[in-house]
Write a protein that binds this ligand. Sequence first.
Ligand SMILES: Cc1cc2nc3c(=O)[nH]c(=O)nc-3n(C[C@H](O)[C@H](O)[C@H](O)COP(=O)(O)OP(=O)(O)OC[C@H]3O[C@@H](n4cnc5c(N)ncnc54)[C@H](O)[C@@H]3O)c2cc1C
Length: 326
Amino acid sequence: MAVLVFIEQRDGQIRSVSREALGEAARLVAAGLEGPVMGVCAAASDPGLAGLGEAGAKEVMLATHEAFARYEPTGYAQAVAAAVEKVKPSAVLFAGSSMGRDLAPRVAARLGVGLATDCVALAVEGSRLVATRPVYAGKATQKVGFTRAPAMVSLRPKVFAPHGGNGGPATVTALPFPYDPAAVKARVVEIKATSAGKADLTEAEIIVSGGRGLKGPEHFDLVEGLALALGGTVGASRAVVDAGWRPHADQVGQTGKTVSPKLYVAVAISGAIQHLAGMSSSRCIVAINKDPEAPIFKVADYGIVGDAFEVVPALTEAIRKLNAQG
Ligand SMILES: Cc1cc2nc3c(=O)[nH]c(=O)nc-3n(C[C@H](O)[C@H](O)[C@H](O)COP(=O)(O)OP(=O)(O)OC[C@H]3O[C@@H](n4cnc5c(N)ncnc54)[C@H](O)[C@@H]3O)c2cc1C
């Protein structure tokens, strides 16, 4: 028995969402799930897994293959399934990142077990895992139990805190697994960064999103300027993406990305339920909208009723001045 966490790496870097999942796994073990906390990683070479002892892992199994330099769905799923068969965990945790969203259902289907996606809370009730996840575009939450082991869950990024960390190095062991690259039918050939140098939306601490009220793609420089001043990443509503003003990778919401940054600034976004589904768990929400009745104000911690074309430049300038003062 163990609680198993899929450790995500990209370009040889362990992703922070995996530290969040390890932290939650450690808390579940402290709350009564049978440990230890173990990890499984697929990579071309060891991305520094021993260091995950500090993040709560006791042991990390590493499946290596040169094809694993980038995400390879078939091989990664085989590796995680092999780890599950080896350690027979009571629960398997994935990050609800782009990779986790793709991989977790593949592993669950392969093992014939249930999967609760996009969880925002986990608890141990009578030594069994219970997951809480939003449903109906965030209008309600649902508690999910599992009838078969292992219980599989994916965790909404930025909701779970990483482990405080005082453990020694994790033991890293080689994981034997069946893998025939020739049998792979689909392969990821390239992953393109959409905004160079900026954090991915799902991992960003600060997001400034723009909506249809900006009236055209040429006015997104306002949003970009504010994001730059705040050190944040640019997001968008679906209306803007559908209009071709921004790429789909920027879309926040039910059919876009689910984000939970420390600060979410919504500029000229009405706050339709499908948009709220993707950002309402943000820690602090600031809305800028000229309509005082806009639904976004119902979820906002701070609201500015005003014209974005006046408010955003003034706000950006004030933040730049504060930055300059250090
Ligand atoms: C199945 C389904 C899935 C969907 N998925 C998503 C999703 O993932 N993400 C998403 O965002 N939407 C999604 N939508 C669409 C959603 O319902 C809304 O249509 C969309 O979010 C509206 O985008 P918006 O707020 O930018 O535009 P609008 O609703 O047109 O709002 C524009 C806002 O800008 C304000 N405004 C106008 N001018 C100014 C100004 N000068 N200064 C300040 N404010 C101004 C207006 O008052 C208004 O509130 C989905 C819809 C469906 C049916």
